[in-house]
Design a protein around this ligand. Structure first.
Ligand SMILES: C[C@](O)(CO)[C@H](O)COP(=O)(O)OP(=O)(O)OC[C@H]1O[C@@H](n2ccc(N)nc2=O)[C@H](O)[C@@H]1O
Ligand SMILES: Nc1ncnc2c1ncn2[C@@H]1O[C@H](COP(=O)(O)OP(=O)(O)OP(=O)(O)O)[C@@H](O)[C@H]1O
Length: 288
């Protein structure tokens, strides 16, 4: 008999705004950010193993497949916490660029939690899954439920907000590796001249204003990443010049996203970027 298989989609996130309020005594930074999902996703296939083991495989050659993989960590956490005797085989079909500021690993972890809750019929609520997720990383709780949310604390306190008006999202990632820990570590609040506003972004989303949303885009971590990698600033300028309505770096970077309302503009921007950047995607926002 074939083992039961469970499939989960793990979408990428973008930060429409990200502000850092202060550094906390525990080393994390208190943040205020608005996140939403885009239709670029990893796909996970999970099947039960009779043995007490967790096995990860992937077509992607560039991620760890051992206990360092966030899907492995998520499976281990849920298995231990809920005393599940059986094991699981997880195949990760990776499509989200790695270490890109798109929460690829966090979304895989969240999808693993959701999938194993179903596979092992554990009946865990979303709120509990989010608490488990917070033990794995600051972006994981958001990835458990997705949608569009205001995130505070270190990113784990979430309030749903209005979805952005539908548009095209062009994602472009230069071949640069950026460590989230290093970016937060180099962040200096006294260097920030303009803070993005969560309340103004929420107003723009509430009123369904695409133009308002583009105006309120802002990410204080850009200051750090663009300083280390000026080519990311050049990528932003190029995207704007090619016709994107609003442009921002996602999370700690280096991925830059451009919001575009008119479909007819997408090919020019996409093709223009492909000239010098290998990883470019044109996707839609993910609406629930
Ligand atoms: C940049 C963002 O992706 C924006 O959504 C997140 O704030 C980062 O989320 P993440 O990658 O899930 O972060 P974690 O895995 O929890 O933490 C990685 C490292 O980033 C730093 N970190 C992270 C989140 C936070 N609010 N303050 C921090 O200072 C810490 O040094 C931590 O050791
Ligand atoms: N399932 C996974 N997918 C991708 N990377 C993983 C995974 N598990 C562990 N990693 C490791 O985690 C690190 C960060 O990768 P990830 O793609 O999650 O970064 P990110 O998009 O910058 O995340 P965030 O936006 O949450 O900071 C990489 O160095 C990678 O080797």
């Amino acid at each position: 008999m074939n083992a039961l298989k469970i499939y989960e989609k793990a979408p990428a996130k973008i930060n429409l705004m990200l502000d850092v309020l202060y550094k906390r005594p525990d080393g994390y930074h208190e943040v205020e950010m608005i996140m939403t999902m885009v239709d670029l996703a990893d796909r996970l296939e999970m099947s039960e193993l009779p043995r007490d083991t967790i096995i990860i495989s992937s077509q992607a050659g560039y991620i760890p497949l051992d206990e360092k993989n966030l899907a492995f960590k998520a499976a281990k956490l849920i298995k231990e916490r809920y005393k599940v005797p059986s094991g699981v085989y997880i195949h990760l079909d990776k499509n989200i660029p790695v270490a890109a500021g798109l929460a690829g690993g966090s979304s895989d972890a969240a999808a693993t939690l959701r999938g194993l809750n179903r596979l092992w019929k554990l009946g865990i609520s979303d709120a509990e899954l989010m608490e488990l997720g917070a033990e794995l990383g600051s972006d994981v709780p958001f990835c458990v439920t997705g949608g569009t949310a205001l995130a505070t604390g270190r990113g784990e306190k979430l309030i749903p907000v209005a979805h952005p008006p539908q548009c095209w999202v062009i994602l472009a990632k230069l071949p640069i590796n950026v460590s989230t820990e290093e970016v937060y570590g180099r962040f200096r609040s006294d260097r920030i001249t303009k803070h993005p506003s969560a309340s103004r972004m929420m107003q723009a989303l509430d009123s369904g204003s695409f133009h308002g949303m583009c105006q309120e885009l802002g990410n204080v971590l850009e200051e750090v990443t663009l300083q280390m990698h000026p080519e990311v600033a050049h990528l932003k300028e190029t995207m704007l010049r090619l016709g994107a309505d609003g442009v921002l770096m996602s999370g700690s970077g280096p991925t830059v996203f451009g919001l575009v309302s008119k479909e007819s503009k997408v090919p020019r921007i996409y093709n223009g970027l492909r000239g010098f950047c290998k990883e470019v995607y044109a996707v839609r926002l993910l609406t629930k």
